[in-house]
Design a protein around this ligand. Sequence first.
Ligand code: ATP
Length: 244
Amino acid sequence: MHASLPALSIRGLVKHYGGLMAVDILDLEVPAGQIYALLGPNGAGKTTTLRMVAGLARPDAGTVQLFGVDVIADPIGAKQMLAWLPDEPLLYDKLTPAEYLAFIAGLWRVPAAVASVRAEALLSRLGLWDRRDVRCEGFSRGMKQKVALAGALIHEPRLLILDEPLTGLDAAAARQVKDMLLERVASGGTVILTTHILEVAERIAQRIGIIRAGRLIVEGSMAELAAGRDAGTTLEDLFLELAA
Ligand code: ATP
């Protein structure tokens, strides 16, 4: 596979629900090896778009390719490169973090010995190693979110998609997750995330795309987006001007 292929390439993507165009002829390209923040007001179509990327919703029109692999023509090939972490992840509550990660790793056919090394590293990193054998049912929302994140990373996907990954996390956990995302990218991975926390996007994303009413209205690095504006223009200033 060619190294310069974009991690994600979306062309003419459409999804409607009844008369509502949730995604309206969307074009979007995410280069490999970066953190890309997809921003937009409530109801802009971010989750709907990412659900189609992850193969969880079928487009009404358009194409989605992951590293050149079409998600409709080759859904299994595409899914193997991807991990998707929804904003309200479902965990199997009766499982412990160790069992959950072993289970998810098994689905991806990660050898058990490799999976257990990765699970230890991920759970230690996320401060959950001492809870590895405790059932998730009693965990707080943030702890469950961290277990779900570990599950998303256990097969070392080339592309990690996270819908609002920092909501509900305390400051220390949010820092851990941000650091982990930066490390994924430093080691060649690609991360796409949605967030309403604009400071996070400004700080960790190399590229930022803003969608409104199902269309991409502006895209670029923070420097590109702020070009020609007052010094000190923040992403919040831009967002409120362009998208709200
Ligand atoms: P938020 O920031 O609030 O999470 P979003 O940008 O992720 O918003 P979406 O969840 O993609 O927005 O929703 C886009 C539009 O599509 C909204 O008007 C929403 O009501 C509609 N929509 C999404 N899923 C469905 C569905 N399953 N059935 C009907 N309408 C839907």
